[in-house]
Design a protein around this ligand. Structure first.
Ligand code: ZN
Length: 132
């Protein structure tokens, strides 16, 4: 039985984001460095995503909801989310992750709706939300 991957909207993400058990995974490539990002999001570029899946699993330990996105969430975001879901199937360990979601319309849609964009250069982004 394949794990399902579903979509959520920017406003759903905005309210979910307050929970501590959610991780946002940005799979854009170079764009992240000049377009800003969603605060607190992790960066796992799509071009090296497959190689880094185990790092990602380590990094999201204790989270139960992962939200993937790229610029538009049409190709890279959904592809990486499915790769991740398939990987959990293969290793037969769900790593405590209950929900694998994709942010509809991606980062561009997020920004276009006037939602908060972080422009820090910290790796990982600390997501200090005071200014958001
Ligand atoms: Zn940041």
């Amino acid at each position: 039985m394949a794990r399902s991957v579903s979509y959520l909207t920017g406003s759903q993400l905005l309210s979910l984001k307050r929970r501590p058990n959610i991780a946002i995974i940005d799979v854009r490539d170079d764009e992240r460095s000049y377009d800003g990002h969603i605060s607190g999001s992790l960066h796992y570029a799509s071009d090296t995503f497959s190689d880094k899946i185990s790092n990602l699993i380590q990094e999201v330990k204790g989270k139960d909801t992962l939200v993937f996105h790229c610029a538009l969430s049409q190709v890279r975001g959904p592809t990486c989310a499915r790769k991740f879901a398939n990987h959990l199937e293969e290793i037969k360990d769900d790593a405590g992750i209950k929900n694998i979601l994709i942010l509809e319309r991606g980062f561009n849609g997020w920004e276009a709706s006037g939602r908060p964009v972080c422009r820090c250069t910290d790796v990982p982004c600390k997501g200090a939300s005071a200014s958001n």
